[in-house]
Design a protein around this ligand. Structure first.
Ligand code: 5AD
Ligand code: SF4
Length: 473
């Protein structure tokens, strides 16, 4: 799964991304995305499919004919957020009974028709591989009927669909490269909600990235639950499927995208420690426009816990990958995901996570309490036996240590100069811009005479625990 679920320029877990692509049209679609960057990217595919049906997107739910929530199931809290949001649409549906309310994505896939019974106001339930069927399904809802399609596919990649860009800065964008996940980490619901892993045709990926560059975008993030297992034209058994097409692995794909233009920055998410090869690291070193940043979820610092999580690597293997990154790419920053209080986690094992953090000093971390998810291997095999208070206490220790490391890291950046892509006006002060350096740290600086989409050199003069501040030099 996403592990990919996040990342980089992406929204925080559970935070809604309200999409804006307002156009004049008779029919209006309002769509909110929850969870991962993958979901945000899927909403753009949905907007594209419905654009052809005459739907324009709106930011104002009250004028919409279709309200879609593209949902996340990764933690129970994510689902609760969506349910709460659904109750907020009740009034609107009462006033306008022809309004169609749809639940898309992972929660739709997980709960299927149950959602229609549990949430009376929902008209449409559509899983992540069924978006091409949306025009038919919407038609089925005419006259107050309900419609469902939660079929998962082994082939669907939406590779041929040019997403309608719904982000607001016009500078940074996600490009999906794989769908689904074959890893079966024991805590994760994604294999059940997003199905088997499949890779998208590299030529469609390059075409989409080139088109974005020509439209003024200057950064693409290649997205997949496990980008390192990207493989085109090869079956899961390693058999070449079409002799006339060259096989492509992730390093080669990255090179194809990096060659589009030196001014197009490349990021990717998410890498998997068990699969991240030196080839990928050497390719990153070869191109200046591949960013010096890797999101590498560790989940736990204890080899025993990692084994129960079915992650396919040990603490030592993970540290070996960190050593390879630091050797081949000395300026690269590494971020991670950590889960506290997984089934049976002892205090000793929790301390191993803290000591691994000390060894690595991640530049950023997404940190979670373990949340048992239905159907997962962990739910079937292990007891969720760490009480909430202990999970919370351990999580706080992890957060405190991460904040300490982050602040120390940022302090070290003071006095250094970074190349920053100017992305948008700063939220707090319209006279300042916000952008990120190659290492994915947000930098705030006075506007001066530069435009959004340009690269500038920023000398860092100050910091908080989440941003660097500086001035253009
Ligand atoms: N409970 C808590 N965190 C989880 N994640 C995935 N599944 C769970 C779960 N059941 C976290 C992992 C993953 C990130 C996207 O979400 O850290 O990398
Ligand atoms: Fe994304 Fe679905 Fe995973 Fe949530 S559960 S992070 S929406 S893939």
């Amino acid at each position: 799964m996403r592990e990919g679920e996040k990342v980089i320029n992406e929204s925080k877990q559970g935070e809604a991304l309200v999409l804006d692509n307002t156009k004049i049209s008779s029919k209006k679609l309002y769509i909110e995305s929850y969870g991962c960057a993958m979901n945000f990217s899927d909403s753009e595919v949905v907007a594209s499919i419905l654009d052809k049906e005459g739907y324009a997107t709106t930011r104002d739910a009250s004028e919409a004919d279709l309200v879609f929530l593209n949902t996340c199931s990764i933690r129970e809290k994510a689902e609760q957020t969506v349910r709460k949001r659904l109750t907020e649409f009740k009034k609107q549906k009462k006033a306008n009974p022809s309004l169609v309310v749809g639940v898309l994505g992972c929660m739709a896939e997980r709960l299927k028709t149950n959602l229609l019974e549990e949430e009376k106001l929902v008209d449409l339930v559509v899983g992540p591989d069924a978006y091409r069927d949306l025009p038919n399904l919407i038609e089925e809802t005419n006259g107050g009927n309900k419609a469902v399609n939660v079929l998962l596919s082994r082939e669907e990649t939406y590779g041929d669909i040019a997403p309608v860009k719904l982000d607001q800065n016009g500078i940074t964008s996600f490009v999906s490269i794989t769908r689904g996940c074959d890893n079966m980490c024991s805590f994760c619901v994604v294999p059940f909600t997003r199905g088997r892993e499949r890779s998208r045709n590299p030529l469609t990926i390059v075409a989409e990235a080139r088109d974005l560059f020509e439209k003024g975008y200057r950064e693409v993030t290649l997205l997949g639950q496990n980008v390192d297992s990207y493989r085109w034209n090869m079956s899961s058994k390693g058999v070449i499927q079409d002799e006339t097409i060259p096989t492509t692995n992730f390093a080669e794909l990255m090179e194809m995208v990096a060659q589009i233009h030196p001014d197009l920055r490349i990021r990717f998410s998410t890498s998997h420690p068990k699969d991240m090869s030196d080839d990928v690291l050497h390719m990153m070193a070869k191109y200046d426009n591949i960013c010096e940043y890797i999101h590498l979820p560790v989940q736990s610092g204890s080899s025993e816990v990692l084994k129960k999580m079915n992650r396919g690597y040990t603490r030592e293997w993970f540290l070996n990958r960190i050593e390879a990154i630091r050797r081949i790419l000395p300026n690269t920053e590494i971020s991670t995901d950590i889960i506290s209080g997984f089934c049976g986690e002892t205090e000793e094992q929790h301390k191993e996570t803290l000591s691994l953090m000390e060894e690595v000093r991640f530049s950023f971390a997404y940190m979670y309490k373990y949340s048992e998810r239905p159907k997962t291997l962990a739910e079937r095999k292990y007891e969720d036996d760490i009480d909430e208070k202990t999970k919370g206490k351990r999580l706080q220790e992890i957060i405190d240590l991460q904040m300490k490391h982050q602040l120390e890291n940022y302090k070290k950046a003071i006095g250094k100069t970074y190349q920053v892509l100017v992305e948008k006006p700063s939220k707090k002060n319209p006279d300042e811009y916000s952008g990120r350096n190659s290492q994915n740290t947000v930098c705030i600086f006075p506007k001066e005479n530069v435009k959004i989409g340009e690269y500038v050199n920023v000398k860092i003069t100050n910091c908080t625990s989440a941003t660097l501040r500086g001035e253009i030099v």
